[in-house]
Design a protein around this ligand. Structure first.
Ligand SMILES: *Cc1c(COP(=O)(O)O)cnc(C)c1O
Length: 358
């Protein structure tokens, strides 16, 4: 028997979640956002499994070139655009759509002589204040791009929400208004929504939605749980019980001796640690499933192992463990570690074995 974690990836759940998103935004096309190694699920196998989607969203050109070198020819939107003449030329050669989010990118693009014109998405900063042109710069940059030989006309438009995961927050309405006012009457396609926008803000669906987390079965809403939207986890992080030991009352467990049992109990040692991507900041009490039953994490997470208080349950070496996924929502684990499902998914390390299932 091997005592090491396996990330099981259910491609059927991915298809299911895509269908849920299409139901939620029936008049929009979908850029499946697969940045950061498809949120830790493996870029190429996930892209291949999503061959029916309308396009892919990626953060960096290296990610797009990896798709192309695997023969994946679908439409790709580079969410941060590119920053050098060679990368603009690569984007043209590989027919990548690029986001243009500031004046220097517009300047560079308009000076070049590209072999083919590019599909361009002009990004508006409607309130996120991270990337995007300011409302007062918009008209001039739009004009410049409209006259640029390297740009396929018409120009398309993109913006990004800061708090779409808070359904009561009026900021999103303001962002939608700002974006709509600036782009009103202009030709070209529009995209505003990440997962939270797609699930929670139908007025903003536009021509394309850009879901990431929800495709992988994560609920993007603050305090949300996946089943609320009928999403299914794509990744289930599994491992095994490596050892079981008996403790007397008041005996501590692990580094720092931060946890002590009140009573005599049993501790199951699990082959999973922060060296595999389990969050070290998960607190004692974080749920762990062993043979389908919930038990609390006890003491600090170590690099290769974590320890679970199993009381007097009949737990044996080799028993099956789920750290997150089927039967144990990743949102709950993220909360127990003061983080978000996104970070947990992206943090899975190269030491974990990936298993792809239909
Ligand atoms: C990452 C990202 C997305 C996807 O966000 P989710 O919350 O995972 O759905 C969409 N748009 C942009 C610009 C992004 O950077």
């Amino acid at each position: 028997m091997r005592f090491s974690p396996v990330a099981q990836i259910r491609l059927g759940a991915l298809q299911h979640n895509l269908a849920r998103l299409r139901q939620a935004a029936p008049n929009s096309k979908v850029f499946a956002v697969l940045k950061a190694n498809a949120y830790g699920h493996g870029l190429i196998p996930i892209a291949e499994a999503l061959s029916g989607v309308d396009g892919f969203g990626l953060a960096r050109i290296e990610e797009a070139l990896a798709l192309r070198s695997h023969g994946i020819d679908a439409r790709v939107l580079l969410l941060e655009g590119v920053f050098s003449d060679t990368d603009f030329e690569q984007a043209a050669a590989h027919h990548l759509d690029v986001v243009v989010h500031d004046a220097s990118q517009v300047e560079l693009l308009c000076q070049l002589k590209l072999s083919k014109p590019l599909k361009v998405w002009l990004k508006v900063d409607s309130g996120m204040h991270r990337l995007g042109v300011q409302p007062h710069e918009f008209a001039a940059l739009y004009q410049q791009l409209s006259q640029c030989d390297n740009v396929c006309q018409p120009i398309n438009f993109i913006t990004h929400f800061a708090v779409a995961d808070e359904l009561e927050n009026p900021q999103t309405v303001k962002q939608i208004q700002c974006f709509n006012q600036l782009t009103e009457g202009l030709p070209g396609e529009r995209t505003l929504c990440n997962s939270a926008g797609a699930l929670g803000w139908p007025a903003a669906h536009g021509d394309w939605i850009r879901p990431g987390l929800a495709l992988f079965g994560g609920n993007p809403m603050v305090g949300g749980r996946a089943p609320q939207y009928g999403l299914e986890p794509v990744m289930t992080m599994r491992s095994k019980v490596l050892a079981v030991r008996h403790l007397s009352a008041a005996e501590p467990v692990g580094y720092g001796q931060s946890w002590r049992s009140n009573n005599a109990t049993k501790i199951a040692v699990i082959a999973m640690g922060y060296g595999d991507g389990y969050p070290r900041h998960a607190v004692s009490g974080t749920p762990v499933l062993i043979n389908g039953q919930r038990f609390p994490l006890a003491g600090r997470v170590s690099m290769d192992m974590l320890t679970v208080d199993v009381g007097d349950a009949d737990i044996q070496v080799g028993d099956d463990v789920v750290l997150w996924g089927e039967g144990l929502g990743i949102e709950e684990i993220a909360e127990c570690a003061s983080t978000i499902p996104y970070e947990l998914l992206c943090s899975t390390t190269a030491r974990v074995t990936y298993q792809y299932l239909d």
